[in-house]
Design a protein around this ligand. Structure first.
Ligand SMILES: [Zn+2]
Length: 148
């Protein structure tokens, strides 16, 4: 795409179809800077927006890609956080051209992040992945062990 990713999720209410409209795009709005949670790309959205008097109702899907650190093995992996039932309602006045959904959408994505992310359902975890420690000669006794 040639166009730059927007830094806000704005709905152009001044030009919104009175029957409602489906809006799709990408907005770079999740600016987390955590060591274990790194978003990349923007939030992809597909939203149905409709004005009811002075109330703008928006519902639809949001998706954001992240680099996360597995809570079991400590490896970094990438995943897509999806929200299928994003809803927001914003009060708009006649003179507003845009309704700003940046904060609503950002919070919704952050709340959808897993509390204990795992790289795979069957991730064996750190202990199983660890190799036997080097330089600890208690282990070398095992090497000479003959199993009859
Ligand atoms: Zn893992």
């Amino acid at each position: 795409m040639a166009e730059e990713t927007e830094k806000k999720l704005l709905i152009d209410v001044a030009r919104l179809d009175p029957e409602g409209e489906t809006l799709e795009g990408e907005a770079d709005i999740v600016d987390l800077d955590e060591p274990f949670v790194k978003p990349f790309g923007g939030v992809r959205y597909s939203l149905k927006a409709q004005l009811f008097g002075t109330e703008l109702l928006v519902r639809g899907r949001l998706e954001q890609d992240f680099d996360l650190v597995c809570s079991r093995c400590g490896e970094t992996f990438d995943t897509t956080v999806k929200v299928d039932d994003f809803t927001a309602s914003v009060e708009v006045s006649q003179k507003d051209q845009f309704a700003d959904l940046t904060v609503d959408a950002r919070e919704c994505i952050i709340l959808a992040l897993p509390t204990y992310p795992v790289c795979a359902e069957d991730c064996p975890g750190f202990a199983q992945k660890a190799e036997k420690p080097k330089g600890d000669d208690r282990w070398s006794a095992l090497d000479g062990l003959k199993v009859e």
